[in-house]
Design a protein around this ligand. Structure first.
Ligand code: RP5
Length: 165
């Protein structure tokens, strides 16, 4: 059984973004847990989750947060599991506030930050981490990449056929 991925969001208002990561994990059959723990509003449960994550069977954690988005960093401070940060776009500043808060971690406590709302890539990155030791998962990733490349090549064929006389 594969290790679990922990999906932790700062607010349930982040759920529409988190659901994209859930869809990707489902696609690969990777187990996960979903929680709402805020770095600001519920700092103790957030820290406890991260502290116990390795013992509880997690292989990596994704932190989703908007605004002054300290969640991924706060989780990373309490575990040596890999932590991926997803800056969530909220009402102001187009998500730049969350991007900078998540990506600019001081030396020593890394957070692998993906694009603003980049939930699917966050899940894929975690799946790729698990696939280091999981050949079946690595094969699924290869097959999916090949299928995706084929889709793009087919689009290219159509565009070339239309415009390159
Ligand atoms: C952050 O503040 C959350 O991650 C969310 O993106 C943002 C706004 O939260 P709500 O006011 O919608 O609960 O902590």
């Amino acid at each position: 059984m594969s290790k679990k991925i922990g999906l932790v969001m700062g607010s349930d208002s982040d759920l529409p973004v988190v659901e994209k990561a859930i869809a990707t994990l489902e696609e690969y059959g990777v187990p996960y847990e979903v929680h709402v723990y805020s770095a600001h509003r519920t700092p103790v449960p957030a820290a406890e989750f991260a502290k116990n994550a390795r013992a509880n069977g997690f292989g990596a954690i994704i932190g989703f947060a908007g605004m002054a988005a300290h969640l991924a960093g706060a989780l990373a401070a309490n575990t040596t599991l890999p932590v991926v940060g997803v800056p969530v776009k909220s009402t102001h500043l187009d998500g730049m506030d969350a991007l900078l808060s998540t990506v600019q971690m001081p030396s020593g406590i890394p957070v692998a930050t993906v694009a603003i709302n980049g939930a699917s890539n966050a899940a894929l990155l975690c799946i790729q981490m698990l696939a280091i030791e999981d050949k079946e998962l690595a094969d699924k990733l290869d097959a999916k990449r090949a299928a995706s490349a084929e889709t793009v090549l087919e689009k290219n064929r159509k565009v070339e056929e239309k415009y390159n006389k």
